[in-house]
Design a protein around this ligand. Structure first.
Ligand code: TXA
Ligand code: MG
Length: 357
């Protein structure tokens, strides 16, 4: 059968535990297809790491810039060792502490690894996800190169239906493992230098890493835009990210002042004929809002709230959280979703030493 380029692919969603679903995913991967699968962080868009045309397809279906490298997902430390030039004592200590789990390590890559995965960089990013379906898939098919399963620039999917929204007609299969446990992507940690550098914060926090590594630095660009002309340590830091169709703005400062200010902005937007939504830790009187319990719960629900609100609301007003623990990762994503549109309601906070943006 001749396949035309514009021929529509039918995208099916199958439960991870449905009889034959995992086997079908393995078959598709082995025949060079791209398949979406759940992890504990967000859904991934996977292809077999050794199959260059399939990896190229990931970039095509996502619309991902060719200079943004992918994470290789492995099902054990032995596989990870094969991907790198040298497995270091620090790598060993970190994976003992955090794998399987939301920590991605960046190390110098083995010469045999297809360079498309690393977008031409001399390094490779690797992680072992803590999700039975992902681990089984890797065990049966081999290491899987996978970015988050959203169209480039959009919020990451944490449910199969959210993958479907962006990937309908572009991939043949989405394995449904229910809502992701963590809700934000893994911590990306570069351990090629003397001191480990966090390129993207996640559930494995700077404090967690410092406890194992002795020290850790935060890459510039995590909480503020990179200054003009500065080269990003991670290409992902340069691109617009996590943005829904609605406009997002983040409000920072003392909690009471922030919430009062958000209510005022809500009223002003409504007055101007817009449909705003408030997102924070408690409801506001007579305002439409989404409520989260704490930073952990906020992290888990953040992308889902963005994706489920974008059709109904023109403006999403996000109450900022303390940037410690998982709060750092949440603020990194929220500020990027907002294109760094952030309001400091009082003078208690500035971000990343980069001043107000
Ligand atoms: O939790 C996760 O990490 C999810 C799930 C599916 O595992 N994956 C994910 O992949 O978020 P992606 O492609 O959306 O984000 C990978 C990030 C990007 O910011 C990319 O620039 C960075 O990791 N990255 C990948 N390889 C790198 C490398 N060799 N050096 C520096 N940064 C790298
Ligand atoms: Mg992504």
């Amino acid at each position: 059968m001749k396949i035309h380029k514009d021929e529509k692919i039918i995208t099916r969603i199958r439960g991870c535990k449905d009889p034959g679903a995992l086997e079908e995913a393995v078959q598709l991967l082995k025949s060079g297809q791209v398949v979406a699968f759940p992890t504990e962080t967000v859904y991934g868009l996977g292809a077999l790491c050794e199959t260059v045309p399939a990896v190229r397809k990931i970039f095509e279906v996502k619309g991902r810039p060719a200079d943004n490298p992918l994470i290789v997902h492995v099902d054990g430390v032995d596989r990870a060792r094969e991907l790198v030039r040298e497995w270091t004592p620090l790598a060993e200590a970190l994976v003992r502490a955090f794998w399987p789990g939301p920590l991605t390590l960046v190390l110098e890559r083995a010469p045999g690894l297809p360079s498309i995965i690393s977008a031409g960089l001399p390094t490779v990013a690797m992680r072992m996800p803590a999700h039975p379906c992902a681990l089984r898939l890797i065990a049966l098919a081999g290491p899987i190169a996978a970015p988050s399963a959203n169209a480039s620039g959009r919020p990451s999917p944490t449910q199969a239906e959210h993958v479907y929204k962006d990937m309908k007609g572009r991939i043949p299969l989405i394995l449904d493992g229910g809502p992701c446990e963590k809700g934000l992507e893994s911590t990306v940690l570069d351990i090629t230098g003397d001191v480990p550098v966090i390129l993207r914060p996640g559930h494995v926090t700077p404090e967690d890493i410092a406890a194992i590594a002795g020290g850790v630095r935060l890459s510039p660009g995590v909480l503020s835009p990179l200054p003009e002309g500065v080269q990003a340590a991670s290409p992902g830091l340069m691109h617009r990210h996590y943005a829904p169709q609605s406009r997002v703005c983040v409000y920072c400062g003392e909690e009471g002042a922030v919430r009062a200010h958000m209510a005022q902005e809500y009223a002003a937007l409504q007055e101007a004929g817009f449909r705003p939504l408030l997102i924070g830790t408690a409801p506001w009187t007579a305002c439409e809002s989404r409520v989260v319990e704490d930073a952990q719960d906020f992290a888990k629900k953040f992308y889902a709230i963005l994706l489920e609100s974008e059709m109904d609301y023109t403006h999403l007003l996000v109450q900022g959280v303390d940037k410690h623990g998982v709060g750092l990762a949440l603020m990194n994503r929220a500020l990027r979703a907002a294109g760094f549109s952030v309001k400091y309601v009082d003078d208690t906070e500035t971000f990343g030493g980069g001043g107000r943006t």
